[in-house]
Design a protein around this ligand. Sequence first.
Ligand SMILES: C[S@@+](CC[C@H](N)C(=O)[O-])C[C@H]1O[C@@H](n2cnc3c(N)ncnc32)[C@H](O)[C@@H]1O
Length: 217
Amino acid sequence: MDTGRLEVINPYIDAYLTQLAAAKEDEVLLEMEAVGIERNFPIVGPQVGRLLQVLTLLRRARVVFELGSGYGYSTLWFARAVGPGGEVHHTDRSGENREKARAYLSRAKILDRVRFHEGDAIESFEKSGASPDILFMDIDKEQYPRAYQSFKDRLRAGALVIVDNLLWDGRVIDMQNTEASTLGVKRYTDLILADRRYVTSVVPVRDGVGISLKIAE
Ligand SMILES: C[S@@+](CC[C@H](N)C(=O)[O-])C[C@H]1O[C@@H](n2cnc3c(N)ncnc32)[C@H](O)[C@@H]1O
């Protein structure tokens, strides 16, 4: 089946959910969302942002490690949710994105909660020695299986792994699609579902969010 780019969610429902999730009073977030649309940059957007906030609060997470932070939109949702004294690790191979993130997070008055890493996100995670309560993944999709190999043993029981784009605009159900990104998403999904130390649910919010709780070391 050639699905092209499937509308995973009915567009009217999607618009309704986006409007419900929007942080209407938050000037910095709103500006970042406008920049995402203008630059066609794939930020997670308000629906997933709101989900990240709820999960962070529910988990009472103090340390969040992001793989792929762009100009800091998802970082901002996490940094607000971890609260004072919490820690969010921003990774992006682009220095330009990093500097933009620094500026936005400074304007949002939460820069002190954010640690910046340069270069490859997975290598930064490996070098950091951080033991996050939440690992959030939003890097190039072909790298998802490599990231899994890197975090699977290291995370403690109780850690949450949150992964964006697990529906990949519906390409995951196109058996003819052999793009490296699609194969990366499918391989990651197979790996995490087969790992008995993790309990996983794929939630069809926006482009599909994988939520995995590590229940055993
Ligand atoms: C989808 S965007 C991240 C958006 C961000 N999570 C948000 O919602 O605001 C992916 C970002 O990851 C970066 N990236 C992709 N693969 C990477 C890697 N292996 N190491 C570091 N950065 C990477 C890209 O430069 C890009 O800025």
